[in-house]
Design a protein around this ligand. Structure first.
Ligand code: ADP
Ligand code: MG
Length: 293
C-alpha cells in the first residue's frame, strides 16, 4: 500500500484522483508544478486539451510553437498533520487574516478545505487548497541585488516569455516600485494591527508578475508577531517570524531603493544587532538539521 500522501516526496495525477475526496472521473489533468516547497504538494490543474497542444504544438505563422499549458488553478495538499479540527480552523483563521490585508491584489486567493482523508493509517483530517495560479518570476529577498539591477534583470526575464510585456522598462519598474510600496505598507499594517506576518522568507513564496505586481502564494506558514525577547521557531525549527521581518526589510530596501527606517518599532526590535546574532545561531541549527535529513 502506498505511504500516506503527506509523506510522499512526489505525487502524480493518479495519486490525486485516487484520493477518497477527489472525483476519479475528473476531466482535469493534475500535474506536479515545477516549483515545490517543503510544506505542501503543489499540483497544477490543467485542461487536457491544453496539455495536448503543449505536446503536439500548434502552428503560428508557419512555425510549430510549443507553449506551456497554463493552470486553471493550483491544488495544494498541506503536508503538516492537523491534530484536531480546532487546529485546522485556527490555521484557516490565520489565512483569513492575511486575506484581509493582502487580497485580492497582493496574494493568490485560495479556497481552503479541511477534508476527511482516508490513508493507509486510517482516517485523518487534511488541509487542502484550490488556489489562483500566479504566473511570474520568483522574488527572492535573499538574492536580490541592488534595486538598480534587480528590476531591469526581472524585466528582461519577462521579455523572453511568450506573453509580451505591454509596459516599457521604465514604466514597469515604476509600477513595481508603486505596487511594492503598497504591498509593504499592507504587511506592516497586518503586523501592527493584527499581530501576524506570512512567511516572506521561504523560497518562491513571493512572485513578481509581468504587469509589475507582487503576490504572495505561500499562505501556509503564518506566524504571530510579538516583541518577545525569545526567538520563536516554527514546527520545523525555523525562526520564521524574525526571518520574514528581515525579508520585509530587504524587499523594502531593494525595491524602493532606500534604506529602511531603523527607528520604526518592528525594525528596531527585530533587526537589533544582538538579536540578529542570536537569530544567526538558531538559523544555523535549522540548516544543519535540514542537511542531516
Ligand atoms: N498559486 C500559485 N501560483 C504560482 N506558483 C505557486 C503557487 N503556489 C505555489 N507556487 C510555487 O510553488 C512553490 C512551492 O509553493 P509554496 O506555497 O511556497 O509551498 P510550501 O508550503 O511547500 O512552501 C513555490 O516556489 C511557489 O512559487
Ligand atoms: Mg513556501
Amino acid at each position: 500500500m502506498p505511504a500516506d500522501i503527506r509523506n510522499r516526496s512526489t505525487i502524480s495525477h493518479a495519486d490525486v484522483t485516487a484520493l477518497n475526496f477527489v472525483r476519479s472521473s475528473t476531466p482535469y489533468v493534475f500535474r506536479r508544478h515545477f516549483r515545490q516547497g517543503l510544506r505542501s504538494h503543489i499540483m497544477e490543474i490543467l485542461d487536457p486539451t491544453h496539455v495536448e497542444v503543449e505536446k503536439t504544438g500548434k502552428m503560428v505563422a508557419g512555425v510549430r510553437c510549443f507553449s506551456k499549458a497554463t493552470p486553471h488553478r493550483m491544488f495544494r495538499i498541506f503536508r503538516g498533520r492537523l491534530k484536531t479540527l480546532e487546529n485546522a480552523l485556527f490555521e484557516i483563521g490565520r489565512v483569513k487574516i492575511v486575506e484581509r490585508y493582502l487580497a485580492p491584489d497582493f496574494m493568490a486567493r485560495s479556497t481552503e478545505c479541511i477534508v476527511d482523508y482516508r490513508g493507509p493509517e486510517g482516517r485523518d483530517l487534511m488541509l487542502c487548497g484550490f488556489q489562483e495560479y500566479v504566473a511570474g518570476e520568483i522574488l527572492d529577498p535573499w538574492t536580490i541585488l541592488g534595486a538598480a539591477d534587480l528590476l531591469p534583470a526581472l524585466y528582461e526575464t519577462f521579455g523572453c516569455q511568450d506573453s509580451p510585456l505591454t509596459l516599457s522598462k521604465d514604466n514597469w519598474i515604476e509600477t513595481v516600485r508603486e505596487k511594492g510600496s503598497r504591498f509593504i505598507t499592507k504587511v506592516k499594517l497586518m503586523i501592527s494591527e493584527a499581530g501576524h506576518i506570512p512567511d516572506l522568507a521561504g523560497a518562491g513564496n513571493l512572485i513578481i508578475t509581468a504587469s509589475g505586481g507582487i503576490r504572495l502564494v505561500d499562505i501556509n506558514n503564518i506566524s504571530g508577531v510579538s516583541m518577545d525577547p525569545s526567538i520563536h521557531l516554527d514546527e520545523k525549527g525555523y525562526p520564521v517570524c524574525d526571518k520574514s521581518i528581515e525579508a520585509l526589510a530587504l524587499i523594502e530596501e531593494k525595491i524602493l531603493g532606500r534604506p529602511v527606517d531603523m527607528k520604526a518599532d518592528i525594525y528596531k526590535w527585530f533587526l537589533d544587532p544582538n538579536r540578529r546574532r542570536a537569530l544567526k545561531a538558531k538559523e544555523a541549527l535549522f540548516w544543519k538539521r535540514q542537511a542531516g535529513n
